[in-house]
Design a protein around this ligand. Structure first.
Ligand SMILES: NC(=O)c1ccc[n+]([C@@H]2O[C@H](COP(=O)([O-])OP(=O)(O)OC[C@H]3O[C@@H](n4cnc5c(N)ncnc54)[C@H](O)[C@@H]3O)[C@@H](O)[C@H]2O)c1
Length: 304
């Protein structure tokens, strides 16, 4: 993949007559001196402003988190990639560098305040600042609240299933955001983005714990938007629909097909679909987007 900010040679493409091909780091625009509003046409597309920014991404070892790390690397950002599982680390660091960023992998369990605090300090020691936090780490432990087992009702969602999902998906975001925000305030602003889900808006069969966590993420996002706007910290959530990652690939084929059938665009999303939303929300182009929950779901949220 070529680096997005590589300039294209204008010489070989220069047309005859009085036409001028302008090159910008992102694109080329053809203008002629006769074209009305040529001045406007010469304006370049605004930069994302992400080059050189320091981005912390939790759960960056796989799926949406990994795609997001790569997407920000393409923008020339510095990526602190956190994941509870260390196995993706070395490969991810070199992939980030190859894509145009600089990256450092840290084994961090977001449910541990101690690990989150010390990983935050390590990022500050290396890059002196944190500009963007992407709270992406999340897990599922699905079961119905109560099920008819043939002879009677039986509760099937254990306390352990509830606690583990709430710990990672909700408390993890609380701990990480709490650790990072003071440093954003010190540098005069930042961006916090968190993984909600379409099911946090709609509810979902068999996902009491997961839905509660994702509805909680939406609530925290709106609360922090109120609390942190005065410090120029923008806070938003992304609500993905059905995205083809390991988290959903484990589901039975019948369930996968049913989920696609509920998606008006008729396909599963890709991790890159969500990564693009994060990159835009973190960019200067989204400078007035605050307290929002952006659906990236192929239309699932509008219902069937
Ligand atoms: N895939 C979907 O369809 C979908 C839909 C809606 C929302 N989401 C949300 O998007 C996020 C990413 O989902 P995904 O599909 O890429 O998941 P995934 O399972 O592919 O990847 C999740 C990553 O998080 C890491 N992780 C798990 N527990 C952690 C912990 N305690 N500390 C640090 N890292 C931890 C895992 O090791 C893994 O690398 C999640 O929050 C998920 O709830 C996903």
């Amino acid at each position: 993949m070529s680096h997005p900010q590589q300039a294209v040679s204008s010489e070989s493409a220069a047309p005859a007559n009085n036409t001028v091909t302008q090159t910008s780091p992102r694109h080329s625009v053809e203008t002629t001196s006769d074209v009305p509003h040529a001045r406007e046409a010469r304006k370049s597309v605004p930069e994302s402003g992400l080059r050189g920014k320091v981005i912390v991404i939790t759960g960056a070892g796989a799926g949406i988190g990994r795609a997001t790390a790569m997407r920000f690397a393409e923008e020339g950002a510095f990526i602190a990639a956190w994941d509870v599982s260390p196995k993706a680390g070395p490969q991810l660091e070199s992939a980030i560098k190859w894509a145009g960023g600089d990256g450092c992998f840290q084994a961090v369990n977001v449910t541990s305040a101690e690990e989150v605090e010390s990983a935050t300090q390590a990022v500050l020691e290396r890059w002196k600042r944190i500009d963007v936090l992407i709270n992406n780490a999340g897990i599922v432990r699905d079961a119905q609240l109560v099920k008819w087992n043939g002879s009677g009702p039986e509760s099937t969602m254990s306390e352990e299933m509830w606690d583990s999902v709430i710990n990672v998906n909700l408390k993890g975001i609380f701990l990480t955001t709490r650790a990072v925000v003071p440093h954003m305030i010190r540098i005069g602003g930042g961006v916090i983005l968190s993984a909600a889900s379409v099911v946090g808006l709609l509810g979902n069969f068999g996902q009491t714990n997961y839905v509660a966590s994702k509805a909680g993420v939406i609530g925290m996002t709106r609360t922090w938007a109120r609390e942190l706007g005065r410090y120029k910290i923008r806070v938003n959530a992304v609500a993905p629909g059905f995205i083809a990652t390991d988290m959903v690939k484990a589901m039975p084929e019948k369930v996968l097909q049913a989920m696609i059938a509920r998606t008006p665009l008729g396909r599963a999303g890709t991790p890159e679909d969500v990564a693009n939303a994060y990159a835009w929300l973190a960019s200067d182009q989204a400078s007035f987007i605050h307290g929002a929950v952006i659906s990236v779901d192929g239309g699932v949220v509008i219902g069937t």
